[in-house]
Design a protein around this ligand. Sequence first.
Ligand SMILES: [Zn+2]
Length: 211
Amino acid sequence: MSQNRLPPPESEACLFRLRSSTQKGGTLIAEDVTDHATHERRICDPDGYRPPFCPRCGKRLHVHDYRERVLRAEPSKPVTTIRRFECVSCAAIWQILPLFISRHLWRTWNVVRRALMPDHKSSSPSEPQHWPKVPQRTVRRWRTRWLRPALSLIQILAASGQATWATLATQLLPEATCADLVAAYAREHLGQPLAGLAALLFRLQPKVRLM
Ligand SMILES: [Zn+2]
């Protein structure tokens, strides 16, 4: 593994950039929140997750509500809390997800990573020993996506206008899979490769998903 790997991408661009005026809220990913402990601290602080302005219109955001989010197959934390903010001006509602929770899979990326990459070493020494099992049919579904061609995702990186991601795209063959893409990302970037790459793709093109 290279000693010169880069730190995870900046989260600022995701949370703070203005979104399309037709987008009436949605999800923002706090890319600097990588574990449950940090998430708990941010949730307890009323301003912990508050974006500086509404990504749709630029006005102030108020806390809208808290929502429970089920995390299946999580060893010690089957439910967590997610905060939503409402814009005082345009009424858009934004939920803030920490990096380590998958947007679509009802699990943390750690659970997905353990199912798809059982030999991948954990980035956290404090990870529990015993994990609930993920149903085999779910793992099969994930594996199908994991091994699908990643060409459309690679093209998004190539067209991002950012040299780091364009370079990453050039390292991959046209027939590369999502697994190959995650492996290439992991060789050059610190942190959680699945979560980091999923957040990056969401930032570049919110309509696509890694998994
Ligand atoms: Zn607004």
